[in-house]
Ligand binder design. Structure first.
Ligand SMILES: Cc1ncc(C[n+]2csc(CCOP(=O)(O)OP(=O)(O)O)c2C)c(N)n1
Length: 332
């Protein structure tokens, strides 16, 4: 860790349960997406974030609807954690007119301003300068809004990462840079593409706090996110959080994960944050197994409802498809 965190905030029982709810919502939604693709009901590129549920869940409990997130192609879990409604999310994944971007964004480009889910991009590293734009707007407007920029470990080697951290620090922008370090950039192992053993160390060069966090431990992520968000809201500027985790699936749905050894995958899966956290909630007396099962069933019903809603929606018309591409013509 680059800096020791003092005064660690801890989530109370209600918040811990809320973190778990968001994690299960992500996991059930991810499982359903892969099932629907396998069954041939949807045709879409899909970048599963299975294994990374804890990070956006423990951060989102600290955010309001008007706080923003900017995320990437592997970011549906970030949106689900931010409580984006599932019906328009699924309609967008399925390319239907009731989707968040009228079916024209697809699964890699979901945007839902009502819940603060802003641009998602397929250009590696581009979530960070965009987040700075939202941060700058918040400063100009005099609000206390914060923006979270999510990105992967590979993105921390892109020029935009370095430019964005520098400017955010100079301008004291209310942005939290959250690297979900899952150990791989496509098929490249972390150590073959990244110069430092901890991405958080790069914060030193940009004059901001940087922490390496156990991305599978909701309490650790919560404590660091709490400090970073408080700092941003107080006008003290950005923080870099590196959350270490692992993705259980290949880079994109259907790709073979031959670049991971069976041993390392088995070791990572043994640390699956979901069953571990579930057991912790039961052991700590925060919820019973029956209560957690009922919660899962409720979320499953929400996901199934969203899928069937989306399948019944219309595709955008030819007219609609041509709209939002260029500015509307203004009669002279
Ligand atoms: C500027 C740019 N370069 C290359 C790519 C191709 N590409 C897509 S995903 C990816 C790997 C990114 O890895 P990481 O940032 O670690 O995120 P993860 O997929 O692990 O979540 C690459 C190189 C791209 N989309 N954009």
């Amino acid at each position: 860790m680059s800096e020791i965190l003092e005064n660690r905030a801890t989530p109370d029982a209600k918040t811990q349960l809320d973190i778990y709810r968001r994690m299960i919502r992500i996991e059930r939604n991810d499982d359903a997406t892969r099932t629907q693709i396998r069954r041939g009901r949807i045709t879409a590129p899909y970048y599963s974030a299975r294994g990374q549920e804890c990070i956006p869940s423990a951060i989102s409990v600290l955010l309001n609807n008007d706080d923003k997130i900017c995320t990437i192609y592997r970011g549906i879990h970030d949106m689900v954690a931010k409580d984006m409604p599932l019906r328009p999310l699924w309609a967008e994944i399925c390319g239907r007119v009731d989707g968040t971007c009228k079916g024209k964004g697809g699964p890699m480009h979901l945007t839902h301003p009502e819940t603060g889910v802003m641009v998602t991009t397929g250009i590696v590293g581009s979530s960070m300068p965009i987040a700075n734009g939202f941060g700058w707007a918040a400063l100009l407007d005099g609000t206390k809004q914060v923006t979270v920029a999510y990105f992967g470990d590979g993105a921390s080697n892109i020029g935009a990462f370095h430019e964005a951290l520098n400017l955010a620090s100079v301008w004291k922008l209310p942005v939290i840079f959250v690297c979900q370090n899952n150990g791989f950039a496509e098929h490249t192992r972390y150590e073959n593409g990244t110069s430092v053993d901890q991405i958080s160390k790069r914060a030193i060069g940009y004059g901001m706090p940087g922490y390496t966090v156990d991305g599978n431990d909701p309490v650790d992520v919560y404590a660091h996110a709490h400090a970073a968000i408080a700092r941003a809201r107080a006008g003290e500027g950005p923080t870099l959080l590196e959350c270490k985790t692992f993705r259980f699936m290949g880079h994109v749905f259907g790709d073979a994960d031959g670049y991971m050894t069976k041993e390392e995958k088995a070791e990572a899966m043994a640390k699956d944050p979901l069953p571990i956290y579930r057991q912790k909630l039961i052991d700590d007396g925060i919820a019973t197994a029956e209560e957690l099962d009922a919660l899962t069933a409720k979320i499953e019903a929400e996901v199934n409802d969203a899928i069937e809603f989306a399948m019944a929606c219309e595709y955008p018309s030819d007219d609609e498809l041509r709209r939002d591409v260029f500015a509307e013509e203004i009669p002279a």
